[in-house]
Design a protein. Structure first.
Length: 140
């Protein structure tokens, strides 16, 4: 007999960084921030929210659930001022594709004003965690 509520799929477990013994269960899109996932916490008998970068381990089933979730959460590509699609080589499209690729890894998307690298001042991708650009991370 399961100790989890009926709405929990026990195949969809994850653990968080620094707490590998405590299983949480993927639930749904809480529509709080891009990439945030609602999870059931059996310890508190409550729902909380996590991002991909906070997950340490997960079941195979959960890994595919997360991949699909992140793809479905990708922000739309930028449009022209008149609302039309941009050419593939438009710098805004190039930057968006780079950000989407990183989003698949981080599950994080900053919606505030542009953030700048704390080291060199380059504008950071919205999916970049922390305050260092990729160049400064490589050179540190
Ligand atoms: Zn930098």
């Amino acid at each position: 007999m399961s100790e989890n509520p009926d709405f929990i799929d026990e195949k969809l477990w994850i653990t968080l960084n620094g707490d590998p013994e405590k299983k949480l269960y993927l639930l749904y899109n809480p529509h709080t921030h891009k990439g945030r996932m609602g999870v059931w916490n059996p310890g508190t008998q409550d729902v909380s929210y996590v991002s991909k970068n906070e997950i340490e381990t997960c079941s195979t089933e959960a890994s595919y659930w997360i991949k699909g979730f992140i793809c479905g959460n990708e922000p739309d590509p930028p449009l022209s001022k008149k609302g039309h699609d941009l050419e593939d080589d438009n710098p805004r499209m190039v930057r968006w594709r780079e950000a989407i690729k990183l989003f698949a890894d981080t599950g994080f998307w900053w919606l505030g004003e542009d953030r700048k690298c704390a080291n060199c001042g380059k504008v950071l991708l919205p999916s970049r965690l922390g305050l260092l650009c990729s160049d400064c991370i490589k050179n540190s």
